[in-house]
Design a protein around this ligand. Sequence first.
Ligand SMILES: [Zn+2]
Length: 274
Amino acid sequence: MFPIPSAPFPSSQPFAARLTAPAGAAEVRLFVRGGAAVLALPNRYSVTYLVMSGDDVVVVDVGSNADVPRVVDALRWLDRQPSSVRAVVVSHYHFDHVMGIDALARRCGCPVALSRAAFDSLRGGPQLRKPPGKAAWPFLLGWVRQGLPVLPASDWRVVRRYLDPAAANPFQSDIVPLDDGQTLFDLPGWRVITTPGHSDCSMALFHRRSGFLITGDTVRNYLGGEWNPLQVDPEQFVATKALLRALPVRTVFPGHGPVLDGKDVLEHLKTVRA
Ligand SMILES: [Zn+2]
């Protein structure tokens, strides 16, 4: 059984998010079901997820260097040490999900895990495409719905290298690739699913018995739960949608906004225009 902390973990909900996102601001929530446990930890630019099994933890997405102490506090709240983190996973290589990854991996002494496409591009393989220019205005609207976060100096120093997919590998930590269908380190039941469309390197993490699906930005929840309209490859996005909808998903952990929970949760997602 997974021990559930009695005291709540401190959480703040940015005023701009509560005001402008119809779904409201994301909340700290712990989900335990079917032998899997996931903590949703809303952070500065996106939601960080702590995936737990036994003493092992895998952290997914850390958007800001300023998020790192909060992730360490959350580990302690869950009675885990930074040394119990097996890897820090990049759901996709967009700056608002990645800038704090290396600092956390160094703090935990663990590798950074990326999808095969992101890993290969950092090793000189095919370059990832940038989001299309027409995505700038919808992205800014999303930024407001995220709570209009301001970049601290620790992020300003590194943001340029994360905005350019052709820049050199920014990680000082070891990097490891995650292939489609692979298990998530030794966490029982968790599988990697590559989900290109929003970006070339998007991936999801799925746990069949619990119906947990961590989607990165393929799904977001500013408007009550929607397929992300910002796509680098709309055709691939259609295939990704079909792939995910065929899975028995009960809980969606989106890249932004509150967790979505319920029967046929993917069938209820909205399709919105960018
Ligand atoms: Zn993204």
